[in-house]
Design a protein around this ligand. Sequence first.
Ligand code: FAD
Length: 398
Amino acid sequence: MTHHLDTDIAILGGGIAGLWLLRRLSELGYSTLLLENATLGGGQSIKSQGIIHGGTKYALSGNLTHASECIAGMPKRWQACLQGEGEIDLSCARILSPHHYMWSSAGLGSKLTTFFASKALRGRVDQLKPKNYPAFFQHPAFRGSLYQLNEFVLDVPSVVSSLVQGLEDRTLSIDWEKSRIEHDTDGKISAILLEHQGEQTMIRARRYLFTAGAGTADLLQRWGVEGPAMQLRPLHMAMVRVPGAQPLFAHCIGTSTVPRLTITSHPDQQGNWIWYIGGEPAESGVKREPSEQIARCQQELTQLMPWIDFTSAEWGTLRVDRAEPRQSNLLRPDAAYCKALHNALINWPTKLALAPNLSDEVLRQLQLQGIAPQIPQPAATSLPRPPVGKPFWEGVLP
Ligand code: FAD
């Protein structure tokens, strides 16, 4: 027997992009179903550093690009949602730090002061007086200048839980070994056929939103269409749990346009902070063995913060790819990406922070195509639902 689920919108992939769209479109009255083949947020989103950028990092190259202009409005959009006053309610999500910081090691200070005082960055960056430094930087041995950015850091698992809360019935687990995308002779998707315990469910949507991150290329292949090309930018992140350490949220600026280190801090269940290390070592360390990557990061940290004792620290590394639309020379894409293809929209937010920007693009496309809410929400089924992904350090650190 085949069950039918008819809906306005089917979303394929439950990372930040798919979940933001699920929440926003459902609240606008669209019937929605989200299909996830693993865990919600467990792709790039929960492995990200959770920084809601305002673009300052991208201005380091000396000229403000389109990327930094487009992203500049994102912190305000998120802030409104976190206060329960935005397009969606994220008031249950946790803010790990109300600010992200930028610090320059001694010697670079004056050059940076001139740059940060430039007109282009006015209102986005404030140089801090030592008495206003966060606890970590108050150590007398700290040398260098510290700037506060109009950016903040989120606990992504709590964002994922908030996005799905109350919409769990609209999420379904899908096993592609037993499922397939059906299409018409003209290439349009006619249905997604999903099999569970010998029973078939046919999902028919007016529009299909592809938000599967690194899995989108495979989905396009299953559909049998030539879609937009994807690029993967591999990263080798490091993490360290230092007993008793203060939380740290900062880019350390060197002489390159890529931060020398980008560190965010994430609490474990025992209340210890885990420092999550990206920036230059994550980009350059893809070919390093985990032990070499740990040694490299330990060397950097010891040099930059000689007052911290790492003797009983626990270290780990995590490899993860950023998935984006293909650019020439593997450059970073400028903004959220949304492209219409038959009766689907192919999407990559390119940054967690750009999820609201992506939802604007999707809504614009739906409006252009005359897709307003029409079909009633299908009744909840007993099909399995995907769980929320685990924090990134689980299974990496003891
Ligand atoms: P994902 O989060 O990868 O979600 C895709 C989902 O689709 C997953 O749940 C996956 O299981 C599912 N899926 C895959 N294949 C299928 C399939 N065939 N069928 C159904 N479901 C499928 N951005 C920022 O703004 N700030 C940051 O601080 C930041 N830090 C980052 C740090 C790292 C280490 C990385 C890797 C990225 C970082 N980013 C950051 C970028 C950001 O994480 C991503 O741009 C964003 O999370 C992508 O969201 P997504 O929903 O497109 O993809």
